[in-house]
Ligand binder design. Sequence first.
Ligand SMILES: Cc1cc2nc3c(=O)[nH]c(=O)nc-3n(C[C@H](O)[C@H](O)[C@H](O)COP(=O)(O)OP(=O)(O)OC[C@H]3O[C@@H](n4cnc5c(N)ncnc54)[C@H](O)[C@@H]3O)c2cc1C
Length: 345
Amino acid sequence: MQLLSPPFFHYSAVASATAAGVLPQEAGRIDVRALARASGVELYEATLVRLDLDARIAVTSDGAALSYDVLSLNIGSVVAAVPGMRVDPTAVTVKPLSGLAELDERLRDPARLGADVTIVGGGATGLELAAHLAVRRDVGRVRVVESGRDVGAGLPPGARRRLNRLLAQRGVEVRTRCAVTDVRERRVVCADGTEISHDVALMATGLSAPPLITELGLGDEHGVPVRDTLQHIDLDEIYAVGDCAHFTSQALPRIGVHGVRQGPVLLRSLLDRRRGRPLPVYEPRRHALSVLDLGEGVGLAVRGRWWWCGASALRLKRRIDRRWLAQYQVVDPGRSAGRQWVSPS
Ligand SMILES: Cc1cc2nc3c(=O)[nH]c(=O)nc-3n(C[C@H](O)[C@H](O)[C@H](O)COP(=O)(O)OP(=O)(O)OC[C@H]3O[C@@H](n4cnc5c(N)ncnc54)[C@H](O)[C@@H]3O)c2cc1C
């Protein structure tokens, strides 16, 4: 078995807290090299750029050709492009997380002290970041611009009201029914002609599969279409899991829990196909617990229509995240990164 991956993995559940400077940058970082070594997996440190599906060869970013019998794609997601919206390259994107990691650095830049931040997109990620940034001393004004009727559209109504109240208390300006058409370096332009100025724009318009999936000829912006067995609908030797997969039998939200729970199914499938056994299927659970980290020690926990907001919700999130990370943050004696973190809460 060979793993083709960049040397570090960044865990998204703590990404808002690290981007806001609440947790250290290395809190969510997993040293893939150390993990592969400890697990007896051969690592090829690069990224996938091309596939020869007939010859079953994966071409890497450094030009190597890796042959395979079975290939599993788990390349995550990117911020969804909104049709017709132009986005200046200076805008920070919430995914891939490497972009978000730069946010803290940019806000700490003395030349940008007191920066006004415009967040484009009022979904869970945009609101989590807005709540965090609003309490940073080095951030001036935080604005959320949303094309829909309300922000936090996927949340239960009570949770949405609670979150709106918290944002208002922290001075976040929320503009709804405002469709952004152009994100420039120092301002956004909306469809009705309104212009909003800023120092930093942050794109949080939802997640889609990386363009590479389309370039590989394996799917589109919805992802690699897979069956319940996590295999491509037409190609038995291609698997896809996590955000880059399009689970065709039912729409799944792009949340980490699916990638995490698909992992053991994928492993069993790889072993079972070698033994000629029937392949296992992924059965998504109806509801998953998700906890937004709203900064200042406050969390908003949601599961289906049930929700609660407070310090205990964030403590629960920290416990879950720490426990998950502890399984994978193996320390490589040759490197200093990848240590476990201790949460202040
Ligand atoms: C700010 C933010 C906060 C979030 N918080 C939560 C949360 O609290 N809970 C939750 O459930 N979900 C959360 N999400 C959603 C979550 O990020 C995704 O659902 C989750 O990361 C999907 O996991 P994944 O393994 O599919 O992809 P990822 O975690 O994105 O991992 C993909 C990996 O593939 C690598 N890769 C990319 N391209 C290539 C290539 N060409 N070749 C080789 N490797 C490649 C990347 O470097 C990365 O390591 C959040 C998202 C954001 C943006």
